[in-house]
Design a protein around this ligand. Structure first.
Ligand SMILES: C[S@@+](CC[C@H](N)C(=O)[O-])C[C@H]1O[C@@H](n2cnc3c(N)ncnc32)[C@H](O)[C@@H]1O
Length: 232
């Protein structure tokens, strides 16, 4: 387990991301591209937001993360879910560079949602992810194309919240804390280290053995994020 900036995020990450429309739209794309898939590995699962949506939709999910604070939130959610959901949702401690042994291979999909930007060895993580897919399985990766324009993302998000009547005191308080921390994350060159344009990630995944492109765009987070889904 590692104690890093994600320990501080654990307080606000779930509260904010679950409310951010740009995050919700990204999760919708993951649900779209895993529709009907039985077994999904959520690598770097954080507080379990994506895992929870996949489980609710019917998949069996193994999620893992190496930060104790983020993982504690995911474990709490898993424990509080219905018995039927709990049976299909496993939350583990683990590193995306070498998946934990209980994240067994042969997966229908591996999801790396907003995770690669934090690792210095993206090729190792992609290789490990592909090694855990069955032939024809899907690798989904989303993340920043470059150091993100935080002000643009937050201003547009707040506009949307106001228009929807959701910009209440609780959200304002959580946002203030979260934005402060996110500003540190996006500006510190030691925190955010890996960025991809979708075309570059597609080329990298082809080199590593992926064949078919199911999605490759840069629509998310108001144009700041890429989204790629490819078949092994
Ligand atoms: C932006 S959060 C994304 C969480 C989740 N995937 C989601 O979509 O909400 C990044 C997560 O990656 C995790 N992470 C970063 N490096 C990792 C590593 N080497 N192994 C496992 N998890 C890692 C962090 O602990 C954090 O929870």
């Amino acid at each position: 387990m590692v104690d890093n900036i994600w320990s501080e995020f654990a307080w606000s990450y779930d509260a904010i991301c679950s409310q951010l429309n740009c995050y919700r739209r990204m999760v919708d794309k993951i649900l779209r591209d895993t529709q009907g898939l039985a077994y999904v590995i959520d690598a770097g699962c954080g507080t379990g937001l994506v895992s929870e949506a996949l489980v609710a939709r019917g998949s069996t999910v193994v999620g893992f993360d190496n930060n104790p604070g983020m993982l504690a939130v995911a474990l709490r959610k898993q424990a509080q879910s219905s018995e039927e959901a709990r049976a299909r949702w496993t939350v583990l401690e683990g590193d995306v560079r070498v998946f934990p042994s209980r994240a067994v291979g042969g997966a229908d999909a591996v999801v790396l949602n907003n995770v690669l930007f934090y690792v210095r060895e993206p090729e190792a993580v992609l290789r490990e992810s592909l090694a855990h897919l069955k032939p024809g399985g899907r690798l989904i990766s989303a993340g920043p194309r470059r150091r993100p324009d935080l002000r643009k993302v937050m201003e547009q998000s707040i506009e949307e919240w106001k228009a929807e009547g959701r910009w209440d005191e609780a959200l304002q308080k959580a946002t203030a804390y979260h934005v402060d921390l996110t500003r540190r994350l996006v500006s510190d060159p030691n925190e955010m280290v890996t960025f991809f344009e979708p075309e570059a990630l597609v080329a990298e995944l082809r080199r590593l053995g992926c064949t078919r492109v199911l999605a490759a765009d840069h629509d998310d987070y108001y144009g700041e994020n890429y989204y790629v889904c490819m078949e092994r």
